[in-house]
Design a protein around this ligand. Structure first.
Ligand SMILES: Nc1ncnc2c1ncn2[C@@H]1O[C@H](COP(=O)(O)OP(=O)(O)OP(=O)(O)O)[C@@H](O)[C@H]1O
Ligand SMILES: [Mg+2]
Length: 495
Protein backbone atom coordinates (compact mmCIF):
# COMPACT_ATOMS: atom_id res chain seq x y z
CA UNK A 1 0.00 0.00 0.00
CA UNK A 2 2.64 2.52 1.03
CA UNK A 3 4.65 1.52 -2.00
CA UNK A 4 1.93 2.70 -4.30
CA UNK A 5 1.74 6.09 -2.68
CA UNK A 6 5.35 6.77 -3.58
CA UNK A 7 4.70 6.43 -7.29
CA UNK A 8 5.32 9.71 -9.14
CA UNK A 9 2.19 11.64 -10.05
CA UNK A 10 1.62 11.50 -13.78
CA UNK A 11 -0.60 14.10 -15.35
CA UNK A 12 0.32 13.35 -18.90
CA UNK A 13 -0.05 10.27 -20.98
CA UNK A 14 2.88 7.86 -21.06
CA UNK A 15 5.40 8.88 -23.68
CA UNK A 16 4.42 12.54 -23.71
CA UNK A 17 7.25 14.85 -24.68
CA UNK A 18 7.75 16.95 -21.58
CA UNK A 19 10.55 19.15 -22.83
CA UNK A 20 9.84 22.84 -22.55
CA UNK A 21 11.53 26.18 -22.45
CA UNK A 22 14.55 26.99 -24.56
CA UNK A 23 15.40 23.42 -25.66
CA UNK A 24 11.84 23.03 -26.94
CA UNK A 25 11.97 26.27 -28.93
CA UNK A 26 15.29 25.24 -30.41
CA UNK A 27 13.97 21.82 -31.33
CA UNK A 28 10.93 23.43 -32.98
CA UNK A 29 13.21 25.66 -35.00
CA UNK A 30 15.28 22.65 -36.00
CA UNK A 31 12.20 20.90 -37.30
CA UNK A 32 11.29 23.94 -39.39
CA UNK A 33 14.80 24.12 -40.74
CA UNK A 34 14.43 20.62 -42.10
CA UNK A 35 11.38 21.78 -44.05
CA UNK A 36 13.26 24.78 -45.36
CA UNK A 37 16.06 22.51 -46.52
CA UNK A 38 13.59 20.28 -48.28
CA UNK A 39 11.92 22.92 -50.38
CA UNK A 40 14.60 25.52 -50.93
CA UNK A 41 15.97 23.86 -54.03
CA UNK A 42 12.68 24.44 -55.85
CA UNK A 43 12.89 28.25 -55.68
CA UNK A 44 13.19 30.35 -58.76
CA UNK A 45 13.56 29.87 -62.49
CA UNK A 46 16.49 27.53 -62.02
CA UNK A 47 14.93 25.63 -59.16
CA UNK A 48 14.36 21.91 -59.42
CA UNK A 49 11.07 20.13 -59.17
CA UNK A 50 10.34 17.53 -56.55
CA UNK A 51 9.06 14.07 -57.17
CA UNK A 52 7.00 12.79 -54.28
CA UNK A 53 5.45 9.38 -53.88
CA UNK A 54 2.42 9.56 -51.60
CA UNK A 55 1.04 6.88 -49.31
CA UNK A 56 -1.03 5.48 -52.12
CA UNK A 57 2.13 5.05 -54.20
CA UNK A 58 0.99 7.77 -56.55
CA UNK A 59 3.77 9.84 -58.01
CA UNK A 60 3.56 13.64 -58.06
CA UNK A 61 5.96 16.06 -59.68
CA UNK A 62 5.74 19.64 -58.53
CA UNK A 63 7.54 22.91 -58.03
CA UNK A 64 4.73 24.46 -56.04
CA UNK A 65 5.70 25.03 -52.42
CA UNK A 66 2.22 24.50 -51.02
CA UNK A 67 1.68 21.30 -52.98
CA UNK A 68 5.00 19.84 -51.93
CA UNK A 69 4.48 20.65 -48.26
CA UNK A 70 1.04 19.15 -48.34
CA UNK A 71 2.31 15.95 -49.91
CA UNK A 72 5.17 15.62 -47.44
CA UNK A 73 2.67 14.65 -44.76
CA UNK A 74 4.46 16.45 -41.97
CA UNK A 75 3.71 15.37 -38.43
CA UNK A 76 5.87 17.69 -36.32
CA UNK A 77 3.46 20.23 -34.81
CA UNK A 78 5.79 23.22 -35.17
CA UNK A 79 6.75 22.31 -38.70
CA UNK A 80 3.07 21.91 -39.53
CA UNK A 81 2.55 25.62 -39.04
CA UNK A 82 4.81 26.14 -42.04
CA UNK A 83 2.43 24.07 -44.11
CA UNK A 84 -0.33 26.41 -42.97
CA UNK A 85 1.68 29.44 -44.01
CA UNK A 86 2.13 27.99 -47.46
CA UNK A 87 -1.53 27.03 -47.66
CA UNK A 88 -2.80 30.45 -46.73
CA UNK A 89 -0.41 32.07 -49.18
CA UNK A 90 -1.75 29.70 -51.81
CA UNK A 91 -5.34 30.59 -51.00
CA UNK A 92 -4.82 34.35 -50.78
CA UNK A 93 -2.24 35.01 -53.45
CA UNK A 94 -1.75 31.72 -55.29
CA UNK A 95 1.95 32.21 -55.88
CA UNK A 96 4.97 32.76 -53.66
CA UNK A 97 4.37 29.75 -51.45
CA UNK A 98 7.97 28.62 -51.58
CA UNK A 99 9.21 32.11 -50.81
CA UNK A 100 7.06 32.60 -47.72
CA UNK A 101 8.02 29.25 -46.29
CA UNK A 102 11.66 29.82 -46.94
CA UNK A 103 11.55 33.28 -45.40
CA UNK A 104 9.77 31.99 -42.31
CA UNK A 105 12.39 29.27 -41.91
CA UNK A 106 15.20 31.73 -42.36
CA UNK A 107 13.81 34.16 -39.79
CA UNK A 108 13.68 31.32 -37.31
CA UNK A 109 17.16 30.16 -38.16
CA UNK A 110 18.42 33.70 -37.71
CA UNK A 111 16.82 33.92 -34.28
CA UNK A 112 17.96 30.49 -33.09
CA UNK A 113 21.30 31.84 -31.90
CA UNK A 114 19.61 34.43 -29.75
CA UNK A 115 17.21 31.94 -28.27
CA UNK A 116 20.12 29.71 -27.34
CA UNK A 117 21.93 32.69 -25.83
CA UNK A 118 18.95 33.24 -23.59
CA UNK A 119 17.45 36.36 -25.14
CA UNK A 120 13.85 36.42 -24.01
CA UNK A 121 11.45 35.19 -26.74
CA UNK A 122 9.18 38.19 -26.17
CA UNK A 123 12.03 40.51 -27.03
CA UNK A 124 12.73 38.55 -30.18
CA UNK A 125 9.11 38.59 -31.23
CA UNK A 126 8.86 42.31 -30.65
CA UNK A 127 11.91 42.91 -32.82
CA UNK A 128 10.52 40.70 -35.58
CA UNK A 129 7.18 42.52 -35.48
CA UNK A 130 8.87 45.88 -35.63
CA UNK A 131 11.08 44.79 -38.53
CA UNK A 132 8.15 43.38 -40.47
CA UNK A 133 6.18 46.53 -39.96
CA UNK A 134 9.08 48.65 -41.21
CA UNK A 135 9.53 46.34 -44.18
CA UNK A 136 5.87 46.62 -45.16
CA UNK A 137 5.96 50.39 -44.86
CA UNK A 138 9.04 50.44 -47.02
CA UNK A 139 7.44 48.23 -49.67
CA UNK A 140 4.54 50.67 -49.82
CA UNK A 141 6.97 53.51 -50.42
CA UNK A 142 9.00 51.62 -52.98
CA UNK A 143 6.34 49.99 -55.08
CA UNK A 144 5.91 51.26 -58.58
CA UNK A 145 2.53 52.02 -60.06
CA UNK A 146 2.03 50.30 -63.36
CA UNK A 147 -1.36 51.93 -63.69
CA UNK A 148 -2.75 52.81 -67.06
CA UNK A 149 0.48 53.76 -68.71
CA UNK A 150 1.39 51.50 -71.56
CA UNK A 151 -0.59 48.53 -72.65
CA UNK A 152 -2.43 46.75 -69.86
CA UNK A 153 -2.42 43.48 -71.69
CA UNK A 154 1.34 43.58 -72.23
CA UNK A 155 1.87 44.25 -68.56
CA UNK A 156 -0.34 41.38 -67.51
CA UNK A 157 1.40 39.02 -69.90
CA UNK A 158 4.70 39.91 -68.31
CA UNK A 159 3.35 39.23 -64.85
CA UNK A 160 2.04 35.85 -65.95
CA UNK A 161 5.34 35.01 -67.61
CA UNK A 162 7.29 35.74 -64.43
CA UNK A 163 5.03 33.51 -62.37
CA UNK A 164 5.55 30.73 -64.91
CA UNK A 165 9.26 31.21 -65.39
CA UNK A 166 9.99 29.03 -62.37
CA UNK A 167 7.80 26.17 -63.55
CA UNK A 168 7.91 23.17 -65.81
CA UNK A 169 5.99 25.02 -68.48
CA UNK A 170 8.56 27.85 -68.58
CA UNK A 171 9.57 26.82 -72.10
CA UNK A 172 6.02 27.52 -73.28
CA UNK A 173 5.45 30.57 -71.14
CA UNK A 174 4.75 32.85 -74.07
CA UNK A 175 1.95 30.63 -75.27
CA UNK A 176 0.48 30.12 -71.83
CA UNK A 177 0.82 33.69 -70.58
CA UNK A 178 -1.28 34.80 -73.53
CA UNK A 179 -3.83 32.16 -72.70
CA UNK A 180 -3.93 33.05 -69.01
CA UNK A 181 -4.36 36.74 -69.74
CA UNK A 182 -7.09 36.03 -72.30
CA UNK A 183 -8.82 33.89 -69.72
CA UNK A 184 -8.65 36.47 -66.94
CA UNK A 185 -9.67 39.31 -69.24
CA UNK A 186 -12.62 37.34 -70.54
CA UNK A 187 -14.34 36.99 -67.18
CA UNK A 188 -16.20 39.62 -65.20
CA UNK A 189 -13.66 42.39 -64.63
CA UNK A 190 -15.08 43.78 -61.38
CA UNK A 191 -14.96 40.67 -59.29
CA UNK A 192 -12.82 38.36 -61.40
CA UNK A 193 -14.43 35.18 -60.09
CA UNK A 194 -11.86 32.43 -60.17
CA UNK A 195 -14.45 29.67 -60.44
CA UNK A 196 -15.51 30.99 -63.83
CA UNK A 197 -12.23 29.84 -65.32
CA UNK A 198 -12.50 26.11 -65.77
CA UNK A 199 -9.46 23.94 -66.39
CA UNK A 200 -9.81 20.55 -68.09
CA UNK A 201 -7.01 18.14 -68.79
CA UNK A 202 -6.91 15.89 -71.82
CA UNK A 203 -3.87 13.60 -71.83
CA UNK A 204 -2.04 13.29 -75.10
CA UNK A 205 -1.04 15.78 -77.74
CA UNK A 206 1.40 18.62 -77.40
CA UNK A 207 1.27 21.44 -74.88
CA UNK A 208 0.68 23.94 -77.67
CA UNK A 209 -2.49 22.14 -78.61
CA UNK A 210 -4.01 23.42 -75.39
CA UNK A 211 -6.74 25.90 -76.06
CA UNK A 212 -9.05 28.37 -74.49
CA UNK A 213 -12.77 28.12 -75.01
CA UNK A 214 -14.92 31.17 -74.42
CA UNK A 215 -17.64 29.39 -72.58
CA UNK A 216 -18.33 26.24 -70.60
CA UNK A 217 -16.81 22.96 -71.68
CA UNK A 218 -16.94 19.53 -70.15
CA UNK A 219 -16.22 16.02 -71.22
CA UNK A 220 -18.97 14.05 -72.90
CA UNK A 221 -20.65 12.03 -70.22
CA UNK A 222 -21.57 8.36 -70.29
CA UNK A 223 -24.30 7.77 -72.80
CA UNK A 224 -26.71 5.08 -73.98
CA UNK A 225 -27.88 3.87 -77.34
CA UNK A 226 -29.88 6.58 -79.03
CA UNK A 227 -27.34 9.20 -78.06
CA UNK A 228 -25.61 9.07 -81.41
CA UNK A 229 -28.88 9.97 -83.10
CA UNK A 230 -29.04 13.22 -81.19
CA UNK A 231 -28.00 16.42 -82.89
CA UNK A 232 -24.61 17.60 -81.65
CA UNK A 233 -24.79 21.19 -82.91
CA UNK A 234 -27.39 23.72 -81.89
CA UNK A 235 -27.77 27.47 -82.32
CA UNK A 236 -29.26 29.46 -79.45
CA UNK A 237 -30.54 26.40 -77.62
CA UNK A 238 -32.45 26.48 -74.36
CA UNK A 239 -30.92 24.36 -71.61
CA UNK A 240 -32.64 22.49 -68.81
CA UNK A 241 -30.43 21.89 -65.76
CA UNK A 242 -31.67 19.03 -63.65
CA UNK A 243 -30.97 17.19 -60.50
CA UNK A 244 -33.38 14.49 -61.54
CA UNK A 245 -32.86 10.86 -62.38
CA UNK A 246 -34.30 9.88 -65.75
CA UNK A 247 -33.82 6.17 -65.60
CA UNK A 248 -35.86 3.07 -64.98
CA UNK A 249 -34.43 1.57 -61.89
CA UNK A 250 -33.50 -2.07 -61.85
CA UNK A 251 -36.23 -3.70 -59.78
CA UNK A 252 -33.88 -5.04 -57.20
CA UNK A 253 -32.83 -1.53 -56.22
CA UNK A 254 -36.35 -0.47 -55.40
CA UNK A 255 -38.01 -0.81 -52.06
CA UNK A 256 -39.16 -4.37 -51.63
CA UNK A 257 -42.58 -5.02 -53.10
CA UNK A 258 -44.27 -8.35 -52.62
CA UNK A 259 -46.54 -9.37 -55.41
CA UNK A 260 -48.31 -12.62 -55.79
CA UNK A 261 -49.25 -12.61 -59.43
CA UNK A 262 -47.95 -11.42 -62.77
CA UNK A 263 -50.57 -8.71 -63.18
CA UNK A 264 -49.56 -7.00 -59.98
CA UNK A 265 -45.97 -7.11 -61.08
CA UNK A 266 -46.91 -5.58 -64.43
CA UNK A 267 -48.72 -2.80 -62.59
CA UNK A 268 -45.58 -1.93 -60.67
CA UNK A 269 -43.54 -1.83 -63.85
CA UNK A 270 -46.17 0.26 -65.63
CA UNK A 271 -46.21 2.74 -62.79
CA UNK A 272 -42.44 3.11 -63.15
CA UNK A 273 -42.79 3.83 -66.85
CA UNK A 274 -45.59 6.29 -66.23
CA UNK A 275 -43.54 8.23 -63.74
CA UNK A 276 -40.61 8.38 -66.13
CA UNK A 277 -42.75 9.45 -69.06
CA UNK A 278 -44.41 12.12 -66.97
CA UNK A 279 -41.01 13.60 -66.24
CA UNK A 280 -39.89 13.36 -69.84
CA UNK A 281 -43.04 15.02 -71.09
CA UNK A 282 -42.68 17.85 -68.61
CA UNK A 283 -39.15 18.46 -69.83
CA UNK A 284 -40.20 18.35 -73.45
CA UNK A 285 -43.10 20.71 -72.78
CA UNK A 286 -40.85 23.27 -71.12
CA UNK A 287 -39.25 23.82 -74.50
CA UNK A 288 -35.74 22.71 -73.58
CA UNK A 289 -33.41 21.81 -76.45
CA UNK A 290 -30.66 20.48 -74.24
CA UNK A 291 -31.10 18.49 -71.05
CA UNK A 292 -28.25 18.27 -68.57
CA UNK A 293 -28.62 16.30 -65.38
CA UNK A 294 -26.38 15.67 -62.43
CA UNK A 295 -28.02 12.24 -62.15
CA UNK A 296 -28.13 9.44 -64.72
CA UNK A 297 -30.19 9.68 -67.88
CA UNK A 298 -31.07 6.17 -69.00
CA UNK A 299 -31.64 4.54 -72.38
CA UNK A 300 -35.38 5.15 -72.56
CA UNK A 301 -34.93 8.84 -71.86
CA UNK A 302 -32.02 9.12 -74.28
CA UNK A 303 -34.15 7.63 -77.04
CA UNK A 304 -37.10 9.84 -76.10
CA UNK A 305 -34.97 12.97 -76.42
CA UNK A 306 -33.39 11.76 -79.64
CA UNK A 307 -36.84 11.30 -81.17
CA UNK A 308 -37.72 14.88 -80.28
CA UNK A 309 -34.55 16.44 -81.62
CA UNK A 310 -33.21 17.19 -78.17
CA UNK A 311 -29.73 16.63 -76.77
CA UNK A 312 -29.07 15.16 -73.35
CA UNK A 313 -26.19 14.45 -71.00
CA UNK A 314 -26.52 12.68 -67.67
CA UNK A 315 -24.07 12.43 -64.78
CA UNK A 316 -22.69 15.90 -65.46
CA UNK A 317 -20.22 16.74 -62.68
CA UNK A 318 -21.81 19.14 -60.22
CA UNK A 319 -19.12 21.79 -60.64
CA UNK A 320 -19.70 21.88 -64.40
CA UNK A 321 -23.45 21.99 -64.02
CA UNK A 322 -23.14 24.93 -61.63
CA UNK A 323 -20.83 26.77 -63.96
CA UNK A 324 -23.23 26.18 -66.83
CA UNK A 325 -25.99 27.61 -64.70
CA UNK A 326 -23.98 30.70 -63.77
CA UNK A 327 -22.98 31.26 -67.38
CA UNK A 328 -26.18 30.34 -69.19
CA UNK A 329 -28.73 31.35 -66.60
CA UNK A 330 -31.68 29.25 -65.52
CA UNK A 331 -31.83 27.12 -62.41
CA UNK A 332 -30.87 23.62 -61.38
CA UNK A 333 -34.17 22.00 -60.50
CA UNK A 334 -34.81 18.85 -58.49
CA UNK A 335 -38.25 18.21 -59.84
CA UNK A 336 -39.61 18.40 -63.34
CA UNK A 337 -43.23 18.98 -62.36
CA UNK A 338 -43.07 22.77 -62.55
CA UNK A 339 -40.34 23.06 -65.13
CA UNK A 340 -40.95 26.13 -67.30
CA UNK A 341 -39.04 28.38 -69.64
CA UNK A 342 -37.94 30.71 -66.83
CA UNK A 343 -35.87 27.92 -65.38
CA UNK A 344 -34.08 27.24 -68.63
CA UNK A 345 -30.69 28.63 -69.51
CA UNK A 346 -29.52 29.56 -72.95
CA UNK A 347 -26.40 30.21 -74.96
CA UNK A 348 -25.41 31.23 -78.47
CA UNK A 349 -24.05 27.93 -79.68
CA UNK A 350 -23.75 24.41 -78.46
CA UNK A 351 -21.47 21.93 -80.13
CA UNK A 352 -19.94 18.59 -79.38
CA UNK A 353 -16.35 18.63 -80.44
CA UNK A 354 -13.55 16.13 -80.40
CA UNK A 355 -10.48 17.37 -78.57
CA UNK A 356 -7.69 14.85 -78.58
CA UNK A 357 -9.21 11.49 -77.81
CA UNK A 358 -12.08 13.00 -75.86
CA UNK A 359 -15.42 14.38 -76.92
CA UNK A 360 -16.35 17.66 -75.30
CA UNK A 361 -19.62 19.50 -74.90
CA UNK A 362 -19.02 23.17 -75.55
CA UNK A 363 -21.42 25.95 -74.68
CA UNK A 364 -20.28 29.24 -76.14
CA UNK A 365 -21.69 32.74 -76.09
CA UNK A 366 -23.18 32.53 -72.62
CA UNK A 367 -25.39 35.51 -71.76
CA UNK A 368 -25.41 35.58 -67.96
CA UNK A 369 -21.83 35.49 -66.87
CA UNK A 370 -18.62 35.46 -68.75
CA UNK A 371 -16.76 32.26 -68.39
CA UNK A 372 -14.03 30.37 -70.13
CA UNK A 373 -12.46 26.95 -70.04
CA UNK A 374 -8.85 26.03 -70.59
CA UNK A 375 -8.35 22.68 -72.18
CA UNK A 376 -4.86 21.45 -71.43
CA UNK A 377 -3.08 18.94 -73.58
CA UNK A 378 0.19 17.27 -72.82
CA UNK A 379 2.04 14.08 -72.15
CA UNK A 380 2.19 12.39 -68.77
CA UNK A 381 -0.53 12.81 -66.20
CA UNK A 382 1.86 14.27 -63.62
CA UNK A 383 2.97 16.77 -66.19
CA UNK A 384 -0.59 17.89 -66.85
CA UNK A 385 -1.27 18.19 -63.15
CA UNK A 386 1.77 20.38 -62.65
CA UNK A 387 0.75 22.44 -65.68
CA UNK A 388 -2.62 23.01 -64.08
CA UNK A 389 -1.01 24.13 -60.81
CA UNK A 390 1.36 26.46 -62.61
CA UNK A 391 -1.48 28.00 -64.60
CA UNK A 392 -3.38 28.45 -61.39
CA UNK A 393 -0.43 30.43 -59.97
CA UNK A 394 -0.28 32.55 -63.09
CA UNK A 395 -4.05 33.14 -63.15
CA UNK A 396 -3.94 34.27 -59.53
CA UNK A 397 -1.08 36.65 -60.27
CA UNK A 398 -2.76 38.16 -63.31
CA UNK A 399 -5.94 38.50 -61.33
CA UNK A 400 -4.04 40.27 -58.59
CA UNK A 401 -2.32 42.53 -61.08
CA UNK A 402 -5.73 43.48 -62.45
CA UNK A 403 -6.93 44.42 -59.00
CA UNK A 404 -3.83 46.15 -57.75
CA UNK A 405 -1.52 48.14 -59.93
CA UNK A 406 1.46 48.25 -57.63
CA UNK A 407 4.50 46.07 -58.23
CA UNK A 408 8.00 45.56 -56.95
CA UNK A 409 10.87 43.88 -58.74
CA UNK A 410 11.65 40.23 -58.02
CA UNK A 411 14.69 38.05 -58.42
CA UNK A 412 15.77 39.11 -54.94
CA UNK A 413 15.66 42.83 -55.72
CA UNK A 414 12.97 43.80 -53.23
CA UNK A 415 14.44 41.53 -50.56
CA UNK A 416 17.88 43.11 -50.94
CA UNK A 417 16.44 46.58 -50.77
CA UNK A 418 14.44 45.81 -47.64
CA UNK A 419 17.47 44.19 -46.13
CA UNK A 420 19.51 47.31 -46.72
CA UNK A 421 16.77 49.53 -45.38
CA UNK A 422 16.45 47.54 -42.16
CA UNK A 423 20.19 47.40 -41.66
CA UNK A 424 20.36 51.16 -42.03
CA UNK A 425 17.44 51.57 -39.70
CA UNK A 426 18.93 49.28 -37.08
CA UNK A 427 21.85 51.65 -36.70
CA UNK A 428 19.47 54.20 -35.27
CA UNK A 429 18.41 51.94 -32.41
CA UNK A 430 20.34 50.48 -29.52
CA UNK A 431 21.03 47.26 -27.71
CA UNK A 432 19.66 43.84 -28.41
CA UNK A 433 16.98 45.15 -30.69
CA UNK A 434 19.63 46.39 -33.07
CA UNK A 435 21.17 42.93 -33.24
CA UNK A 436 17.82 41.30 -33.81
CA UNK A 437 16.79 43.67 -36.56
CA UNK A 438 20.11 43.09 -38.19
CA UNK A 439 19.56 39.36 -38.07
CA UNK A 440 16.15 39.85 -39.65
CA UNK A 441 17.69 41.99 -42.37
CA UNK A 442 20.29 39.34 -43.06
CA UNK A 443 17.62 36.64 -43.25
CA UNK A 444 15.88 38.45 -46.10
CA UNK A 445 18.92 37.78 -48.22
CA UNK A 446 18.00 34.10 -48.33
CA UNK A 447 15.84 34.71 -51.42
CA UNK A 448 18.56 36.08 -53.72
CA UNK A 449 21.04 33.70 -52.16
CA UNK A 450 18.89 30.70 -52.89
CA UNK A 451 18.08 31.90 -56.40
CA UNK A 452 21.86 31.98 -57.02
CA UNK A 453 22.51 28.63 -55.36
CA UNK A 454 19.83 26.99 -57.43
CA UNK A 455 21.22 28.49 -60.60
CA UNK A 456 24.71 27.27 -59.74
CA UNK A 457 26.11 30.77 -59.21
CA UNK A 458 28.60 31.71 -56.54
CA UNK A 459 26.11 33.18 -54.08
CA UNK A 460 28.66 34.87 -51.82
CA UNK A 461 30.08 36.75 -54.75
CA UNK A 462 26.64 37.63 -56.11
CA UNK A 463 25.38 38.85 -52.76
CA UNK A 464 28.37 41.15 -52.47
CA UNK A 465 27.59 42.57 -55.87
CA UNK A 466 23.94 43.00 -54.94
CA UNK A 467 24.76 44.68 -51.63
CA UNK A 468 27.06 47.06 -53.43
CA UNK A 469 24.45 47.89 -56.06
CA UNK A 470 21.81 48.58 -53.43
CA UNK A 471 24.24 50.67 -51.37
CA UNK A 472 24.71 52.76 -54.49
CA UNK A 473 21.00 53.33 -54.70
CA UNK A 474 20.01 50.86 -57.38
CA UNK A 475 16.79 49.81 -55.72
CA UNK A 476 15.76 47.25 -58.31
CA UNK A 477 19.08 45.46 -58.61
CA UNK A 478 18.41 41.73 -58.53
CA UNK A 479 19.72 38.42 -59.74
CA UNK A 480 19.89 37.98 -63.48
CA UNK A 481 19.58 34.25 -63.93
CA UNK A 482 20.24 34.38 -67.63
CA UNK A 483 23.53 36.23 -67.59
CA UNK A 484 24.78 35.31 -64.13
CA UNK A 485 24.96 38.89 -63.02
CA UNK A 486 23.12 41.76 -61.44
CA UNK A 487 20.50 43.54 -63.44
CA UNK A 488 17.71 46.03 -63.02
CA UNK A 489 14.90 43.56 -62.58
CA UNK A 490 12.21 46.18 -62.86
CA UNK A 491 13.35 46.90 -66.38
CA UNK A 492 13.81 43.19 -67.00
CA UNK A 493 10.12 42.75 -66.09
CA UNK A 494 10.82 40.31 -63.29
CA UNK A 495 8.00 41.71 -61.15
N1 LIG B 1 13.43 35.58 -64.68
C1 LIG B 1 13.72 35.62 -63.38
N2 LIG B 1 14.91 36.10 -62.96
C2 LIG B 1 15.19 36.15 -61.65
N3 LIG B 1 14.36 35.76 -60.68
C3 LIG B 1 13.17 35.30 -61.03
C4 LIG B 1 12.77 35.19 -62.41
N4 LIG B 1 11.54 34.69 -62.46
C5 LIG B 1 11.16 34.48 -61.18
N5 LIG B 1 12.14 34.84 -60.32
C6 LIG B 1 12.10 34.77 -58.86
O1 LIG B 1 11.84 33.46 -58.45
C7 LIG B 1 11.14 33.48 -57.23
C8 LIG B 1 9.89 32.65 -57.32
O2 LIG B 1 10.22 31.30 -57.43
P1 LIG B 1 9.11 30.15 -57.41
O3 LIG B 1 8.01 30.51 -58.33
O4 LIG B 1 9.83 28.88 -57.60
O5 LIG B 1 8.62 30.16 -55.94
P2 LIG B 1 7.37 30.89 -55.28
O6 LIG B 1 6.71 31.79 -56.26
O7 LIG B 1 7.85 31.50 -54.02
O8 LIG B 1 6.45 29.70 -54.87
P3 LIG B 1 5.42 28.83 -55.75
O9 LIG B 1 5.50 29.35 -57.15
O10 LIG B 1 5.94 27.45 -55.58
O11 LIG B 1 4.11 29.04 -55.11
C9 LIG B 1 10.79 34.93 -56.94
O12 LIG B 1 11.67 35.45 -55.98
C10 LIG B 1 10.97 35.58 -58.29
O13 LIG B 1 11.30 36.94 -58.15
MG1 LIG C 1 6.05 31.16 -58.19
Amino acid sequence: MSNRMQLPVKLLKEGTDTSQGIPQIVSNINACQVIGEAIKTTLGPRGLDKMIIDQREKCHISNDGATILQLLDIVHPAAKTLVDIAKSQDAEIGDGTTSVTLLACEFMTAMKRYVEDGVHPQLIIRAIRKSSQLAVERINELCAKIGNEGNKRETLIKCAATAMSSKLIAANKEFFSNMVVDAVLSIEQDILPLEMIGIKKVPGGALEESRLIQGVAFKKTFSYAGFEMQEKVKTSPTIALLNVELELKAEKENAEVRVTNVNDYQAVVDAEWDILYEKLEAIHKSGADIVLSKLPIGDVATQYFADRNMFCAGRVPEIDLKRTMKACGGAIVSSTSNLNENQLGSCATFIEEKIGGERFNLFEGCPKAKTCTMILRGGAEQFLEETERSLHDAIMIVRRACKSDRVVAGGGAIEMELSKYLRDHSRTIKGKEQMLMNAYAKALEIIPQQLCDNAGFDSTHMLNKLRKAHAEGEIWAGVDVQKEGVSNNYEAFVW
